[in-house]
Design a protein around this ligand. Structure first.
Ligand SMILES: [Zn+2]
Ligand SMILES: [Zn+2]
Length: 147
């Protein structure tokens, strides 16, 4: 898994840092810093995460960085569209590269953390679970408890 993590770090178009906490917000596990603020473009991921969640979180932030690098309109505003793109990148990469256990963990993480509260994540979740990608992922991981 450590090998997979370094492989994913290499996919990033921007610098990746592993940090103790992000902006003093204990619930934040990863962030992509665009250059709108004072920081240079980079990704930060919380270091204490379980290795699988760390890999998936890094992929998610790389998804945001790729959108920004490719001039995707989602990178201009914080929106459910951006979360949908970042997470689609994550799931697609894990599916294409056949990382079943990480994919399974990430889908479970999404099931537990994204729906419910009315915010950009639940909005993105509602869209994501209707995609062909989500169905393809479900078929691949084969777990009844994944919605
Ligand atoms: Zn995008
Ligand atoms: Zn995101």
């Amino acid at each position: 898994m450590d090998k997979l993590l370094s492989e994913v770090v290499k996919l990033s178009p921007v610098d990746v840092k592993f940090v103790k906490v992000i902006m003093n917000r204990p619930h934040m596990i990863g962030v992509y810093w665009s250059n709108r603020g004072p920081r240079k473009k980079s990704i930060a991921v919380v270091e204490r995460l379980d290795i699988k969640l760390k890999i998936a979180t890094l992929l998610h932030e790389i998804g945001h960085a790729n959108c920004a690098a490719g001039g995707c309109p989602c990178a201009k505003v914080v929106s459910s569209g951006g979360e949908l793109h970042a997470e689609s990148f994550t799931l697609q990469w894990l599916l294409d590269n056949r990382h079943k256990s990480v994919l399974r963990m990430e889908m479970k993480h999404l099931n537990l953390n994204w729906p419910g509260i009315d915010n950009i994540y639940s909005e993105a979740y509602d869209k994501l679970i209707k995609t062909k990608l989500w169905k393809d992922c479900k078929r691949y991981v084969r777990r009844w408890w994944i919605r």
